[in-house]
Design a protein around this ligand. Structure first.
Ligand code: DGY
Length: 420
């Protein structure tokens, strides 16, 4: 490896804590779920064994009920808030402690790619992980879609991985935050506060952590009573893609029961995704399941419909046209939120900035729908952002300036695996 690739690999090696990788040394000092899965792709370019270890360590933290948690607190580390005491999962997660929520299940898609590199060499390792993926995917339907509508809900903005998306503003506004008490955020000790969620967002995040802790993360109680309960296109698209990739692997490896279960789940999720289509907005948007209300803007998650599976040609054409319009409004794509919307904020985390790993998923979906020019533009934009501003957490779509954490693992991974 040389040049940018060498630097990217050195970031992954530097963030490796022995079998798992932290997203960014200071800001996120533990193992995060979708970060970890996406980081395995970068490792696969130069160290296949290490790539497998990453997904194996992630899935080793699976709860008895099937959920794979969003943070695994492998070591004690005081620089992050909220830590294990706030999550209160010690009895459920046993050791090590974890958070009480999940994150987008991109792991199956990653494992399918690791397997495809050499399916004879890797079949035993993959075969051991498939039952875990099957149980996690089943958990999504049981715990997060108990009424069988075909869309899975999130109970916390952090589950989407897109923490402060404008989509959450209204659903969160109904939550009572008076019980959260005082706490000390640690993220704004490390990163400029303009680049992070606002304190008011954090009050709501903490109210929802308290809600989960108070019911001991009981999934029935959460589904019936959690004040935040929304279905969003990013999570649902990634899960649908994950089911497709799980079916491919299970078929290849002769695990017919898993293939059959995933096929049944996928049929339900493919049909349910229609609930997220908004004719008014002209795309797939968040649905607040407590109020049956669509969000008013498209987000980068809307384009992940193309990553999820086949989209009918008229909708694909419409989506490609809207995305082309977005890209004409900014210098670097893809912004995480509609640049024409009044709530767009070019540097504040998920209210505008560009994220390399979302770009990879969007470009993958576009290529699979024949939109290769758009896919290539997004790949080039991603690499030029990294060339301009280094391996930052995310980038301003207007100026290309980097934001959030530095020496960021998934940005390095995407550069190595895809963009360079
Ligand atoms: C954070 O702490 O900002 C994380 O995104 C939560 O997962």
């Amino acid at each position: 490896l040389t040049g940018t690739n060498r630097r990217a690999a050195d970031i992954l090696i530097g963030n490796d804590r022995g079998g798992y990788t932290v997203p960014s040394a200071k800001l996120y000092p533990f193992q995060w779920n979708w970060d970890s899965a996406l980081v395995a792709l970068g490792f696969s370019v130069f160290d296949s064994d290490r790539a497998w270890q990453e997904v194996e360590s992630l899935l080793s933290a699976q709860w008895d009920n099937g959920m794979v948690p969003h943070i695994i607190f492998w070591k004690e580390e005081k620089s992050y808030f909220p830590g294990p005491e706030q999550w209160g999962t010690t009895d459920i997660a046993k050791s090590p402690p974890t958070s009480g929520i999940t994150q987008p299940p991109v792991a199956a898609t990653v494992i399918e790619r690791l397997l495809a590199e050499d399916s004879a060499a890797h079949r035993d390792r993959a075969a051991k992980l498939l039952p875990k993926l099957d149980r996690w995917h089943q958990w999504f339907l049981d715990a997060r879609d108990p009424d069988g509508r075909g869309v899975v809900a999130i109970m916390h903005p952090w589950e989407s991985g897109r923490d402060n998306l404008p989509d959450w503003d209204r659903p969160l506004s109904f939550i009572d935050t008076t019980g959260v008490g005082t706490y000390h955020r640690r993220d704004t000790d490390i990163v400029n506060e303009d680049e992070r969620p606002k304190n008011n967002d954090y009050d709501h995040y903490m109210a929802l952590v308290k809600f989960g802790r108070d019911c001991n993360w009981n999934t029935d109680h959460i589904a019936r009573n959690c004040p935040f309960w929304v279905a969003e296109p990013g999570m649902n698209a990634i899960l649908r893609r994950a089911e497709r990739d799980l079916i491919n692997m299970a078929t290849l490896l002769g695990q017919g029961d898993i293939a059959a279960r995933a096929t049944a789940r996928l049929a339900r999720l493919d049909a349910g995704f229609e609930l997220l289509w908004s004719e008014t907005v002209g795309g797939y948007v968040t649905l607040d399941l407590r109020r049956d209300e669509h969000a008013t803007g498209l987000t980068s998650g809307s384009w992940l419909a193309l990553f999820a599976g086949p989209v009918e040609p008229t909708r694909t054409t419409k989506m490609a046209a809207t995305l082309t319009h977005w890209l004409s409004q900014v210098k670097h794509g893809v912004p995480s939120f509609d640049p024409n919307h009044e709530l767009f904020d070019s540097i504040r985390y998920w209210r505008g900035p560009v994220w390399a790993m979302v770009n990879w998923m969007i470009a993958t979906g576009l290529s699979e729908h024949g939109e290769t020019d758009l896919a290539e533009r997004i790949r080039r934009d991603t690499q030029s952002l990294i060339d301009q501003s280094d391996f930052r957490e995310y980038f301003c779509p207007v100026t290309g300036r980097g934001g959030g954490g530095t020496d960021f693992s998934w940005t390095a991974s995407m550069s190595l695996y895809w963009a360079a």
